[in-house]
Structure formats: structure tokens, C-alpha cells
Design a protein around this ligand. Sequence first.
Ligand SMILES: C[S@@+](CC[C@H](N)C(=O)[O-])C[C@H]1O[C@@H](n2cnc3c(N)ncnc32)[C@H](O)[C@@H]1O
Length: 930
Amino acid sequence: MARFARSIESNGQRHHLRRDRRRAGPPRQPASKTGKLRNVSKTAMVDHYSLVQQLTGHALSNADRSRRLHDFAYELGWRPSDRMDLPEADEFALGHLIVEHGLQNTAVISFLRQPSRFPDLNTSQQKVLLNASYNNLVDWHINIDYDGVSFVYNRFKPPQFYVYRDRISRANVARLSSGEFEKLSTDHPSPNVPALDDALIETISLWKRQLGSEVTGMSTESLSALFNAVIFARAAEDHARATRGHVESDGRAFSARLLPEIFERTANLTLRSVLGEALATLTSGGIPASVVDLDALAVFDGLSPLTASEFLDDFYRNRYARYFEYDFSLMSKHALSRIYERYVSVLRIPQTRQTTLFPPLAQEHLERSYGNVYTPEFIARFFAKYLRRQLPLGTFQRLKVADPACGSGIFLRTILELQHEVLLDNMTTEAVARLFRNVLGLDIDPNACQAARLSLSLLALVLMDRLPDIIHIVNSESVEYFQEHPELSGSIDAVIANPPFVTIEAQSDELKDRVGRLLGEAGKGRVDLYLAILRLGMEMLRPGGFGLFVLPQNFLLAESARGMRTYLSERAWIHCLADLSAVPIFGDVGVYVILLIVQRLPGLQQTAPRATILRAQDMVGQALQDVLESRLIESPYYSIYEVGQEVFRENVWSVLPPQSAAIQKKFSEFSELRSFAQPSQGIITGADDVFLIPKHQVPKGESSIYLSFLSDREMEAYTVPPRTSRYFFYPFVDGKLLDEVGLREGFPRTWEYLESHRERLERRKTVISGSVVWWRPERPRDPKTLMRPKIVTPHLVISPRFALDTTGFLAVSHAPMVIAKVRELEYDHLRFLLAVLNSSSCFWYISQHSHSYQRGYSRLEARTLGRTRIPNPLKVDPIIVRRLVRLVDERIETAGPKMFSLEGDIDEVVADLYGMTPSERRLVGMEVAR
Ligand SMILES: C[S@@+](CC[C@H](N)C(=O)[O-])C[C@H]1O[C@@H](n2cnc3c(N)ncnc32)[C@H](O)[C@@H]1O
């Protein structure tokens, strides 16, 4: 295999190669159901070399070129997401494809016109190409010419870049396949140019702060109107240049930069009048105030001309990547969805409706009270493509779509993009206009609505060269809107939403009331707002319509979601459930999600589909692509399998692969732990920083009201440490809770210490509400439960670490603990239980039923432990119970390598008790000889 030449290695040095995870090219493609990787070039029917010669030659008609581009993509394993028109490159390039992998746009492929070759293009020609990929948020530009291919990584040292060049010949065209690109795309220097979205968001954020300190009376609304106006004007300008080659008004052509030119031409112009004039020039008939509210720009009238001109300038030239120019027309089509999501977040800061009287250099923090965590584009693409695959083309194009929590409109926009992509060669302006009429978005946030209108308007502008006649984006609270518009029920073909996750505590009384009324029977317990949005989304669907939702992972298990699970299982088919909770989809905001795709039962009798289940640990984009292609896969990164609809009739949706389901069935025949032991939760103080103190701070003579604190970090499997470093204030004497007098008089130094922290302690919610006196921990737990031999465990675990506190003197915080129900059998039962809980089999079961976090952590709760299925020691053969108790005692006494063989023995005995087969033992992580 020929090696690629690295034509550029700056200063002759090798760069540190790093994988930029967010934008890196696709990772290795996993094997398909048949275990084989798709080998595109071997199965090819067409001579690839001739194809390249045709695509870089002059002889093709437009229609032939279009067909040949498709052939190329198909033959070499590329998944084109769009074609790109680049009139400025017509002189030296014949066509451009945007290709994707794992639902992310990965590269732009350009075919250069013979005799052009990428290395021979002059600097400005190269810039036309690379500016285009950069403005599409794509890091790689693959330039194919008659003689070879140049893979250019555009985020390193422009104008040299990082380039791989390889010759092609009839015998060597494999380099052009997507598989080869996959291999090389992860190998590039660390980018030293920010990606387009980072640069633009940084620019917006910078101006937001700068204007905040210069403009008195600036509100979030006026700021949003300003950015919307400038983005719209820039997009319309770039679009006019791309389609007509120039911008003109009253017969007069403008130079390359319309806004600065208008600004410089006339004295005393304001941003408002410049943008107004530009928009009038660029759009016939002006622009509706619902999209760009020019009146709201009045507050910027006093801005100094210098600042205004610098502001406008920053939306042409990229402040953070000087080589590149913004092309808002290109961005509007492909990149803006991603940018808008972040744009709306930036606008929210600070979250206040009031005008800023004394504008600070705005402190930026993300306001999450609306549950506004925005969806990454690849999830929106997955939903859109899923729908596309479920529906006949004609239906897909007439789809009525609604998003009841639309934010900046990413879902609606992505559906429209795909509908347009599908129409591509036979679209009429009327067909495109109809697509826009068929969408409905609701959002409580006015700025998000503005951004959604802008985003959809711009898309319309680039797709059909005019604004849509109507955009149904409504600024409203969705539950209220739905209740006031009964005609919406059963009227929509597809509802797509990433509903806000808002706990009951964060809901206003009015909202709580509405949610309660909407959910009725299905709304028992502490219902989160997302359940109401899910419900109204389902109610909007016509029979046979599809609902596609991003939901929190606890939807599968939570008691408060049970009503909605039942509702779905009775009225809909589950088509796909993708558990992405092990993957940080939303970065580090602590939100763990599933994707749920359901179909309202169609009116006609039809056979229920099997549901596709995806459980992903990594490579989510690829995994979702495989779901789209109906591949069933078991890989270290993810599994895709099918289950019948009956599993959704269970109380909880712990949807498992067949073998796991078989194990679950076995477990279900055993008793719940709570039938012979008592699980409970450790101490909760509400102010650990005060109630938990280092040993040396325990006042002399007062140690009887302190308990040794065992932290999660100090816990090991089986044993507890001989001493711990911190102590809990535990106000019990002789098993009785102290009162204030008893504490003040009997333990004066402790009282003095607590008094010194009184203010902090009084700030606790429970103290404010009057349920706890200020000096007491919130839930200190009764000594009868706490000060007994007990099993303890950390709250968050990745492997079992149940330990036995034989003396009962240790206190744990938040994490669960277990005591025996029958005191006389305590010794045996706790040891037996310890063996079972620490076994691979039982821990597998526990982690399947617990809330899971990134990197495989599970959160253990007393309730989950109580429901864990355990062989009942009262029913197990006493010889086996004694054997396990002996093994546990030995394990507690043992240190060093022998521990492992004892644990192995315990594992085997417990697996025998559960009746696990060899392959089931392997599945739960035991080592089994093959
Ligand atoms: C998780 S974001 C999703 C935004 C967008 N659909 C996306 O997927 O990126 C939730 C959105 O719901 C909106 N929202 C919150 N409460 C709402 C309510 N009661 N009615 C309508 N929209 C609401 C927020 O403003 C936010 O834009």
C-alpha cells in the first residue's frame, strides 16, 4: 500500500498528533451482522479510475455529472448529504459533494477541472475551496483531480494547511474510498484555528459583553434583535452574491461588503438604519418584524460610529481565524442549526427581562430554568432520517411536523433540510414553500422563537430565494397552548421534541396545575414537565403518526413516569429506544438521555413491529447510523437488538438483549432482598461542611455524640477500615434524640461550635420550612437502624464494594445500608448477603436496575437494593449458606492475592445458586473456561 506523502510539516517538525474528538473523522467501522466490513472497492461494478477521469474532465453534461457524482459516492462508500454550488470555483472545479459519516458532516469532496491539480491552484483559488468547507463546519476538504487526491485539513496553519497528497492511477484508486479516509482522518495536528461555530459564537459573546458595557438600557430582546438583523442581512447578502454574482440597488452595484459600505457612505447613520437599508436592498418587500425587529434596535442609536463599524466588520472577517471570511449563505444551509443552538444559549445570559441599567461586562452563565439543554445536530439528523425511512417519499414530503419545545428550531429545520435534500432535482418553489407551511414550533422563550424564525427564514431564502409566506413559530407555554387549541389533537403527522426537563419544585403553581390536568391518571407522583410535553405531543399525533423524543433515562424506571409508560404501551408501538445514558451527549451538564421513537397505533389492523433497542457506550453517531440501516450488532461500543412489544407492558422498561432477558427471568424467581433484610439510607445532614468534622476537632469529653464517618472513598469490598478520619455530629444519647437544653448543657463546646455556624445552618431549606431545628442534622437516622452490624456500600459504584460494618459504629452519608431483619440470624444473613451482593451475577443485576452514569458508574439506592432479587437464605440449603458464610469470613480475614481466589469461589457458589449457565456467567463478567 502506497504511503501518503505529508506535503506539509511546518518547520520540518512532526506535529503532535491529537484526535480532536468532537470533530474528528469517523472512528473504526464496526463489523456488521455478518461480521464483515463493507469492502466497497472489491464489489465495485464501475471502473473507478474512469469515473474520476469523467468527473474531472470536460465532456459531461450537467445531468450526467449529477449521475456520475452519485455513482462515485455509491461506489466508493461515501454517504453524500448534499451537493454544494460554488460559482466562484467554476473556472477550476466541476462539482462538490458534502459527505457524512455517523450522521456528522465529515468532508467536502471537490472535483477539479483538468488540468487543475490542488497543489497548482493559486492561493485565492485554494481559499475559495477551503473557505467553503470551513463555512460548512467541515474540517476536511478532499480535492480530487485527474492525477491524484489532496486531503486538506483546514484547521491547521492556513494558508499552508496540513495536506496529504497521493497519486491515483487505474491500479490505485482505493485511496478515494470512505474507508481509507476514515483511517487517515483521525491523524492530523491539533487544530490551531477555531471551528466556525466557536469563532462565531465567541464573536457574538464578545459583542454582547462589549455592547453591554457601552449601551444603556440594552435588553436581551434588543440584543437578540440586533444579532438576528445582522445575521439575516449577511446571509441575504452572501446569498445574493452566490446566486446573482453581485448586490445592487437602484442600478448601483455594491462592493464586496454591503454593510460597511452603506455605513461609510452616509454620515450619522446608525446600526438600525444601516441594517434597515441593507435589508430593504436585499429583500424585495422588506422583512417581517416577526423575523427581524428593527424598532428594537433603537437603543443602539447612540453607539459610537467606530464601535458600530467594528461590529459590522466582525461579521465579514473571522476575528478568530483571519484567513477565513464568513459565508453566511453557505452557513445558512448546513451549519446554522448547530450554531443557533449555542447562539440561543448565549443570548439567555443574563436571564432577566429587565433592561440593564448599570450594564456589567456581562457575566456569562447558562440559565437552565427552562430545561434548555440543546440537542446536538446528529440526533436531529437521526430523527429526520428515521422518519424518512419509515415513510413513503410522498408522505414524507407532505408531513405536518410539530415541535412543542422547539428552541431555535433544530428539529424542524433538520426535517426541512432533509425534505429538501430528497426533493433535490425535481423541486418547485411551490413544493418548497409547502414544506415550510407544514411546520409548527412552540417555545416559552421569546428569543428562542426569534432564533427559530430566523433560522427557518434563512433556510427558505437559500432554498427558494425568498422568505416563507408564513412561519408557525409560536411563543407560548406549550401545555397552555395545547389546552387552548383542541383542534391540534390528532392533527399532526410527526411530533419531534427534546422537551424541557423541569422538576416539580421548579414549576410554578399554575404550571403544576396545568400539568396535573393534562396528565390526569398518568400524572401521579413528582411529575416532571417533560412528561406533560410528551403527553401533549402524543395527543397531537394522528393515528399512525410518529413521535420522536429525547427523554431522561429515568423515564424507563421512574415511578412518576409509570403512567406515561403505560399510556404509551397502550396507545402506541415502540419503534426504537436508544439508551445513550452512558455517553455525555450534552457535555458535562449531568443530563443522561434516551431517544424514544413511537408510532400512534394506526387505525387499520396492522402487525406490531419489533422494537429496535440500542445501548451505546461510545461511537453514538455510528451506532445511530447502524440503527437507520437496520443492522443488529454486538460490539464493545454498542449493541443493537430487537424485542417484542410485550416488554413495554412491564412496570419498568429495562429492555434487555435476549440473553440478558433470560437471566432477568431467572432472577425474577428469587425473593426481593427486602423480604428478609432491611435496606435504608445513610445520614443526611443538609450541611456536611458543618456537621462533619476532622477527628482532632471533636471536643474533648464530648465524643459520645460523634460517630465515625465512613466515606465512599474509604469503602472496600467486604471490609471496612479500622479507623476513619472524620466524624459526624450525632445528637443521640442512650438511643434518644437530644433536645436543645440537653445539648447546650451536656455538650457546651459542641453547642458553641454549632452556634458559630448558625447562619449557615439556618439557611437550610428544611430549617426555613420549620421541619428541622437549626442545630440538628436533617435526617440523622435512628440508632436502632444505624448503630447495628450492617452492610454498607458507596453511593456511586463501578464494581461491587459492599462491606460489613460488624461493630455497627460507622456512619455513612446518602449511600444505602442494609441490616438483617431477624436479629438472631444476623450473623449468617449479613455474611450470606454480603457474598451475594459482591458477586458478579448479583452486581450485574443491580447495575441493570440502577441509574447509570458516564463511564459505567451506577448509583445505588436503598429502594433498588430492596428490590434486588436474592436467593432467600431461609430457603437455601443450609450447607451452602454455611459454606458462603465461611468463605466470607475467610475473605474478610485475608489480604493479598488469595483474596481473588476466594472471591472467585464465592462468585461460583452464588452463580450456582442463581442457576447461571456458562454463557450467562460470561455475560455477567465471570471468567469461564471455553
Ligand atoms: C431541551 S430544550 C430543547 C430545544 C430544542 N428543541 C432542541 O432540541 O435543541 C427545551 C426548550 O423548551 C423550552 N420550554 C421550556 N418550558 C417550556 C414550556 N412550558 N412550554 C414551551 N416551551 C418550553 C425552552 O425554552 C427550551 O427552548
